[in-house]
Design a protein around this ligand. Sequence first.
Ligand code: PLP
Length: 365
Amino acid sequence: MLINVTRSSLPPFEEYIDEIRSIWETKWLTNMGEKHNQLEKELETYLGVPFVSLFTNGHIALEMAIEALNLTGEVITTPFTFASTTHAITRHGLTPVFCDISPSDYTIDVERIESLITDKTSAIIPVHVYGNICNVHEIDKLAKKYNLKVIYDAAHAFGVALNGQGIGSFGDISMFSFHATKVFNSIEGGALTFSDEKYKNRLYQIKNFGIASPESVIFAGGNGKMNEFCAAMGICNIRHVNEDINNRKLVVERYKERFMGVKGLTLLQEQKGVSQNYAYFPVVFNEKQFGKTRDEVHAALAKENIIARKYFYPLTNNYECYSGRYNSNYIPVAKYISERVLTLPLYGELTQQDVDRVCNIVLAD
Ligand SMILES: *Cc1c(COP(=O)(O)O)cnc(C)c1O
């Protein structure tokens, strides 16, 4: 039987039907309706952030955050991420400046940021990776010192808090993705979170064509509005997300039991003071110590109908569309991890037997 790398969370069928019933009464399908506004409020509470603005998806949210902050010139970011982060930067005519990642948590290496800052730098767009968070305090210090904006790609960090403070409250703006494959989904969807109220109205206008009032359009905005059916899915899923994260935790604990102490395997380290969301289970394979390469393990699993993912590989700076463009900074850690990392199947409904099946194949001689 196929075991996929992830499986989308769905509420009980009847629960969703009950949730969307009122849409047949209101006939209000999109444009900041009841469901949309309710989900925004519920997420402000759940994520522990002052403000949430919902979007069609995480990527368009990130692009609209870049627009809201009027970024120019160069943006410091990492290539160890999903296509979305780098594309959002280049699609706005900005130049990504690639910074290496930390070998312990795979997020941006704060020791290397300062040397990449030039008089053209307007922002840092770091990525919280696999639910691990960036060194937000150091990044904050650098941003203040050099007057830079900070947008976090928090697509992996739903529900994560640092010493009880919602991770989406750091930096100027954070982007969350509610794509079907994420810990929390609204089918497709995304959100920006922020602490400064002034962004609320600006983002509302950017995602709604730059319309300020029925007869006044003040700039060329886009369309990034979340519809009522997606918001209704979000409202249902948020009721179950804690239970789901708990089930994910059990899966992760079983993986750890099986892999702990195996030579040549590096597992994700828990960060101090950071609540986990168990979004991904990445393993870094050191082929010399482990005896097999990442690609060999990937193929062995595929042969048994188990889909693991080389995530993130390739690095975004190596994409065809970027090769030879932009800087090829010194990024040895990102290169090393990207060539050796495999994320294993992980979702709440994955049984212990299936986890053991995956482990047996990974560990087989
Ligand atoms: C999923 C993801 C995105 C994009 O989110 P969508 O909702 O799919 O547009 C951006 N960055 C990272 C790191 C992601 O994992």
